[in-house]
Write a protein that binds this ligand. Structure first.
Ligand SMILES: Nc1nc2c(ncn2[C@@H]2O[C@H](COP(=O)(O)OP(=O)(O)OP(=O)(O)O)[C@@H](O)[C@H]2O)c(=O)[nH]1
Ligand SMILES: [Mg+2]
Length: 291
């Protein structure tokens, strides 16, 4: 159970006996503080105000319930399962700036699918940091799956090529490719990632089945900027939102889905192997207001 995603929004309701302008204004401000975009916050509160004026909402509790329903309805179209593709192996390409939670999300995915009886191959195409492949190896051991890695500094696209080839040859169902979130300043990250994408496409005869951007739910507005950039460069299929367990700024999830029309496929709720869930709009809306 996630708590306090919208701590400040939940707090607005405590000790309120009536719906009045003061409550509505505080609500709008709290939504914006939780990184719901100002446009969306104003729109949400305007709808609530109208419902209150028409007598449809009479208590703060009903107001909160209505807000929760609004949020669930806004997110519903962006709830989608992972795309497994038609042919084996399925390939997931995992993207994101440094530190967002890519490697951890990959480890959790590997753990889940291995336990479901899938044959998973991890690919350490983050060759920027020496420790990156080591971190992925630990996850591969934990999950009991295979891994393809090279020495640090190797060409990431070449590692991706090796990984896909090995999975095809050895009958893996699922390949998950880890990537770097930052490179030496002279190398353009997006160009490097595109190259990885092209190599995968060439070997599979189709794009990677998922091109998932991992976002850190605690960083707020910056996540929108990152999502725009990666979507432009990599034609994303969806988002994985990590670190929701520690976020009080989960409003960014609303903002990003509404602006970029990208589905959320996964949410990360901790550092343990089990702390990964498919995204549920209804559950997210419910947990948002849990104090
Ligand atoms: N609380 C919490 N921590 C997380 C979650 N996901 C990842 N982390 C932590 O966030 C930190 C960064 O995670 P990584 O998976 O290494 O991130 P990365 O995107 O691979 O980072 P780089 O490889 O440096 O680009 C680690 O300390 C993780 O344990 C999550 O869902 N919840
Ligand atoms: Mg990593």
């Amino acid at each position: 159970m996630l708590k306090g995603l919208f701590k400040r929004v939940a707090a607005v309701f405590t000790g309120r006996a009536v719906i009045d302008e003061d409550l509505l204004e505080d609500l709008e401000a709290a939504l914006i503080q939780a990184d719901v975009s100002a446009t969306l916050a104003v729109k949400l509160v305007e709808e609530l105000r109208e419902q209150a004026e028409r007598g449809k909402l009479t208590t703060p509790d009903q107001l909160r319930q209505a807000l929760q329903e609004q949020v669930a309805a806004l997110l519903q179209p962006y709830e989608a399962p992972l795309n497994k593709g038609k042919e084996r192996p399925t390939v997931f390409l995992i993207l994101g700036v440094n530190g967002t939670g890519k490697t951890t999300t990959i480890g959790k995915l590997a753990y889940r699918y291995q336990r479901l009886g899938q044959k998973v191959m991890l690919v350490a195409a983050d060759t920027f940091r020496a420790a990156a492949a080591e971190q992925l190896k630990i996850w591969a051991e934990r999950a009991g799956c295979d891994i393809v890695a090279q020495q640090s500094g190797a060409d990431p696209a070449a590692v991706a090529y090796d990984g896909v080839k090995a999975a095809q040859a050895r009958g893996h169902n699922l390949v998950i490719v880890d990537t770097a979130g930052r490179l030496h300043t002279k190398v353009n990250l997006m160009e490097e990632l595109k190259k990885i994408g092209r190599v995968i496409e060439r070997e599979l005869g189709r794009l990677a089945d998922e091109r998932l951007l991992v976002l850190d739910a605690t960083i707020g507005q910056n996540a929108l900027f990152q999502a725009r950039q990666f979507h432009e460069g990599m034609d994303l299929t969806g988002l994985a939102v990590a670190k929701l367990d520690g976020s009080a700024k989960a409003g960014i999830v609303l903002t990003i889905t509404q602006e970029l029309k990208l589905p959320i496929k996964l949410i990360g709720t901790g550092e343990k192997p089990e702390d990964l869930e498919p995204f549920s709009a209804a559950r997210f809306a419910e947990q948002m207001f849990a104090e």
